[in-house]
Design a protein. Sequence first.
Lengths: 110, 113
Amino acid sequence: GQSLEQPSEVTAVEGAIVQINCTYQTSGFYGLSWYQQHDGGAPTFLSYNALDGLEETGRFSSFLSRSDSYGYLLLQELQMKDSASYFCAVKGQAGTALIFGKGTTLSVSS
Amino acid sequence: DVKVTQSSRYLVKRTGEKVFLECVQDMDHENMFWYRQDPGLGLRLIYFSYDVKMKEKGDIPEGYSVSREKKERFSLILESASTNQTSMYLCASSLRGQNYEQYFGPGTRLTVT
């Protein structure tokens, strides 16, 4: 079967750093995406990792280890507006659609 | 900017009714997708399409059908709505070969009573 595991909830304070992990088990693997969804809003694309290593985009970074079937999203200098749900998603095989995890709800407090 | 629009933000239908959810994207994307989102279950793929008149079943196609007569428009049809189809429905689109980067519409919250 195919599955993605990520924590259901994470809490942190403003200014802190938080890491949201994602482990996957899929038949075939092309890459790992991350999406952000604010309450009542649409998911928005954050990043995509096809190769091992760290990709940095401003305060957000995403990491992939293909050998460990593992990735994470790193959020630095947390702000209240970062409170949202974060989904990892795997592109498993050519021509197939994304498989989404169930999401991690991040709550940032002051 | 990519824009994906959905025909309704909120919809209330009765059990047994035929329901049409419309999605339009304005960026000439080849791929379009329909998901439903339920608390604790994440996004589950219902159907997707890689081209006009082409469709593929996702993980939960039962009770749904789709239509893609034009490249920019992808419709989701509930042939006979049931209460277990009460959910948030999200449409998305992407460029061919780049379905790792999908653009989502605002969603339609459908309630079936």
